[in-house]
Design a protein around this ligand. Structure first.
Ligand SMILES: Cc1cc2nc3c(=O)[nH]c(=O)nc-3n(C[C@H](O)[C@H](O)[C@H](O)COP(=O)(O)OP(=O)(O)OC[C@H]3O[C@@H](n4cnc5c(N)ncnc54)[C@H](O)[C@@H]3O)c2cc1C
Length: 454
């Protein structure tokens, strides 16, 4: 529609240009309706976010190419794009995350080709959002303002939280890297320096490979409460029906763990198939669990769930296994109790799991690999804080994200769904638990676009 030809098309701002923001913008444009979409991200280019801005080719997707389409109704969309680049790519290939970022730019450009809507890309940081009867007003870090009809928050993954420990002022020292995914943050670590990684999940695997390549002093050390590493992916086809144990499983943390164990048994020990079978049902189960059972699950089962559900690309996992077997990587199941800075490094006091004794580790650098933080009350992000202060959002009780309605509209502090603010991305874990990876996020993006442009 040209200016003057009719009523103004609806205007929708998407704040956050990682996977989720790009997927929502693309879905809005692909609906083929007049719409003005403003996609805002702190930095360019779009589509990188935290996950896809790494430049290291060894940082590959942890989902094979066949599962990474940005479009739920076109499951081979990414595979076709990747094959256009490298005809040898199959549905089982683990493509680099850097390339996936390029794919997301393509996804957006392709959606722009639909032409009915208009996309404006804005590089900037939104610091505040106000709502009134007319719509929504965004305030940017440079002081500028912009009015739109509705807003989708796609704010994504935040830097890891600092694990509680004595001597926490160490966290403000230059020997500590809080977020290894901030580009250049690992550059302070010099070859030959000794390093302790906090956490042994997917981030730790990637960072171990990265640090080893930088020539840090070996062995590299890693510590986490349980000392568990993510399992590798392996073929695990699930039949058309979920195993009987997973149909209407008991709605308690303990009952669910038993159900997955039972299903694994009926699947001849194939736990991957049991975990895969549970995945589509997980959001429904999570919504049914009361807060006590959710919190029991988080306390007791989460570390085990994480390493079975969030599996690693086989090559990454194998590289780390080789480091571990050769003694280049030492993993401890322990809790960090205290930091004491010394002239030439830091003395980290740990308590090995299941013991009452303490043990010191001396290292020159500590890197936090505990994964993204989702506790909105503690993240310390200016936009989230402003939204909380205005009562426009309600953090969930368990620190997993923000409360939303079934339409994915944000609930305010009064518990009522907003008519103008929506949420997509990992902060939806509060509602669905399973809201981290592309296969779920692309569905949420399509769902919101359909609600906003019916
Ligand atoms: C290291 C890593 C690797 C991963 N690998 C995979 C994988 O292989 N496969 C998979 O399926 N999933 C993977 N994930 C899961 C990942 O969460 C999702 O795939 C997806 O990338 C999440 O995208 P997002 O847009 O919601 O969040 P993000 O990628 O975090 O993007 C959010 C964006 O919003 C911007 N932003 C935030 N606040 C503001 C503001 N106030 N103003 C302007 N901009 C703002 C941020 O700067 C950022 O660019 C990975 C996650 C991580 C952390």
């Amino acid at each position: 529609m040209r200016p003057g030809e009719g009523p103004e098309p609806p205007s929708i701002a998407v704040v956050g240009g990682g996977f989720s923001g790009v997927a929502v913008a693309a879905q809005l444009l692909r609906r083929g309706r007049p719409v003005r979409v403003t996609l805002v991200n702190r930095f360019g280019p779009l589509g990188r976010g935290v996950a896809y801005r790494t430049r290291l080719e060894a940082h590959v997707l942890n989902v094979p190419a066949g599962g990474m389409s940005g479009l739920p109704d076109d499951p081979e969309h990414f595979l076709r794009w990747a094959r256009g680049r490298d005809p040898a790519t199959t549905a089982e290939t683990y493509v680099s995350r850097r390339q996936y970022g390029e794919y997301l730019e393509f996804l957006l450009r392709e959606a722009e080709g639909v032409k009915a809507g208009v996309l404006e890309r804005v590089v900037g940081e939104v610091l505040d959002i106000e709502t009134d009867a007319e719509g929504v007003c965004l305030t940017f870090a440079d002081g500028s303002k912009r009015r739109v009809d509705r807003v989708v928050l796609a704010l994504g993954n935040y830097s890891p939280a600092n694990p509680p420990a004595e001597g926490a002022d160490f966290y403000s020292s230059e020997r500590y890297v809080r977020d290894p995914w901030i580009r250049g943050s690992l550059d302070v670590i010099r070859p030959g320096e000794s390093v302790l990684m906090l956490g042994t999940g997917l981030t730790a695997l990637d960072i171990a490979v990265d640090l080893a390549g930088r020539g840090v002093k070996l062995p590299l050390r890693a510590v986490s409460r349980h000392g568990l590493l993510p399992h590798p992916h392996a073929p695990a086809k699930t039949g058309p029906h979920p195993p009987p144990e997973l149909v209407d499983p008991p709605l308690t943390a303990r009952g669910l763990v038993r159900a997955v164990r039972g299903a694994t048994k009926s699947l001849d020990g194939n736990w991957r198939a049991a975990v895969n079978a549970l995945r589509p049902a997980t959001p429904g189960i999570w919504e049914e669990l009361d807060v006590t059972e959710r919190s029991r699950f988080l306390r007791h089962a989460r570390p085990y769930w994480d390493v079975h559900r969030h599996r690693a690309a086989p090559a990454t996992r194998a590289a780390v296994e080789r480091m571990r077997e050769s003694g280049e990587l030492q993993i401890r199941a322990a809790r960090v109790l205290r930091y004491e800075t010394t002239g030439d490094g830091v003395r980290v006091l740990i308590r090995p799991r299941g013991t009452a004794r303490t043990e010191p580790l001396f290292v020159e650098r500590v890197v936090n690999c505990t994964g993204p933080s989702s506790d909105v009350r503690r993240i310390g992000d200016r936009l989230l804080d402003a939204l909380c202060k205005r009562g426009l959002v309600a953090p969930d009780l368990l620190g997993l994200g923000l409360e939303v309605s079934d339409e994915l509209a944000l609930l305010g502090s009064d518990g009522r769904p907003s008519r103008t603010l929506y949420l997509v991305g990992p902060l939806l874990k509060a509602k669905f638990w399973e809201a981290t990876a592309v296969p779920e996020l692309r569905k949420h993006a399509a769902f919101i676009a359909e609600r906003l442009l019916p």
